[in-house]
Design a protein around this ligand. Structure first.
Ligand code: ATP
Ligand code: MG
Length: 376
């Protein structure tokens, strides 16, 4: 989908990513040509896990399984006939499309298409050739050493190769929303770091593990993620002791953002990502978001801002985070939650309330005592 001269940068990055993700699974040779990445398993390297891993890599539009053939017209036909036996066990419309990387091959691409198509039709008479939108599109690729036959594609993860857009820091809670937000931004090519605010003992070790599990699932799509676990108990207790109850949530949000920015800077991230959605809760009204953003110098990406909860849930089910997100462990946001939080906090009141806190010391201390755990 990319135009222009920088296309090869994206493709090289993608090939490197494919190599890295497949490495733990076995030995594969990975090469690319004309925007197609070829993965050839060495003897004994499993194919199914490699296919599953490839489907999760951002930047890949579709994944197909292919059979290798000897590079002669007869070799291609023989393998195609055998390989497609199951696919062609019922009546279907089909078309053969060929590409030649090796121009010395005795047949041109249209000739390969016609020959292989004719052969398959003879072998499976219940097939109907159809040039436009066939049920099965058989592809033949003639390459340097071998030819390949494939049929059907499954959709890949789409998006842009991870890391080509820079790095951003995801505020990762244990909820449904933030993992989805991270996934959506990673799909746009961002590498992710994550920060989690942890209020032990008000939130349990299980709650922390749940967040690490979510990060591990995300890492399946976007590669290694380092989670910075920030001790947040002292800050929450200080806010509760010194500020008025209805401002508790908004001040807590501002503290989170201040800390997240510092953690982000230390890890070369140039933006923050949150799972906020307009109007979902008191801290996500327009006024609250404005007051929160006032402490942010970095851009804050909120990819869910215009989504409904059920739309977010659909994505979280698709990417496999939902089941973990709904485990019943408390998040720090639900600790000390006021009964009637401000939905229209005024900036001057927030500043006044914060005067009762030693913001700088609290923030620095939390940043200093952050624990880092790398997953993926
Ligand atoms: P989520 O489902 O992501 O927890 P939410 O709907 O529960 O979101 P809030 O609890 O208000 O909404 O949190 C809004 C956003 O703030 C979250 O999406 C997340 O990005 C961030 N956030 C909340 N709690 C934490 C936490 N403990 N650690 C890190 N980030 C958090
Ligand atoms: Mg939450």
């Amino acid at each position: 989908m990319l135009k222009g001269l920088n296309r090869y940068i994206f493709e090289e990055k993608l090939v490197t990513t494919v190599r890295r993700r497949l490495k733990p699974l076995g030995e594969y040779s990975v090469s690319s040509s004309q925007s197609i990445i070829y993965v050839e398993p060495a003897e004994g390297a499993p194919l199914e896990p490699a296919l599953a891993a490839a489907k999760k890599i951002f930047g890949i539009v579709s994944v197909s399984r292919a059979a290798v053939c000897e590079k002669t017209p007869e070799g291609i036909m023989r393998v195609a006939g055998e390989y497609l036996r199951e696919t062609f066990s019922q009546p279907r419309t089909f078309k053969v499309e060929a590409r030649r990387a090796d121009k010395r091959f005795p047949l041109t691409s249209p000739q390969i298409g016609a020959e292989v198509g004719g052969y398959l039709h003879d072998m499976y008479p219940h097939l109907t050739p159809k040039m436009d939108d066939p049920d099965v599109l058989v592809r033949v690729e003639v390459r340097e050493k071998y030819a390949f036959v494939s049929a059907g594609r499954t959709p890949g993860a789409g998006g842009i190769p991870t890391g080509t857009a820079g790095r951003a820091m995801l505020l990762l809670s244990g909820g449904i929303d933030s993992p989805v937000a991270g996934y959506m931004m990673a799909k746009r090519g961002l590498e992710l770091g994550a920060v989690h605010f942890f209020s032990y003992p008000y939130t349990s070790m299980e709650a922390k593990q749940k967040v690490l599990d979510l990060a591990e699932i995300l890492a399946g799509y976007c590669g290694k993620i380092t989670v910075s676990v920030v001790p947040f108990t002292e800050i929450q207790t200080a806010i509760r002791a010194n500020c008025s109850e209805d401002y508790f949530t908004i001040i807590m949000r501002r503290m989170m953002m201040r800390i997240a920015q510092q953690v982000a800077e230390r890890q070369n991230c140039s933006a923050l990502i949150t799972g906020e959605s307009l109007g979902q809760v008191a801290s996500q009204t327009l006024q609250s978001l404005c007051v929160t953003d006032a402490v942010c110098e970095m851009p804050v990406f909120r990819p869910l801002i215009g989504m409904d909860k059920d739309e977010i849930v659909t994505v979280s089910q698709k990417i496999g985070t939902f089941e973990t997100s709904i485990l019943p462990y408390e998040d720090c946001c639900t600790v000390f939650t006021p009964k009637h939080p401000q939905t229209k906090p005024r900036p001057e009141n927030v500043l006044k309330q914060e005067e009762a806190l030693d913001v700088e010391t609290l923030v620095n201390k939390a940043v200093e005592n952050t624990e880092r755990i790398t997953l993926g």
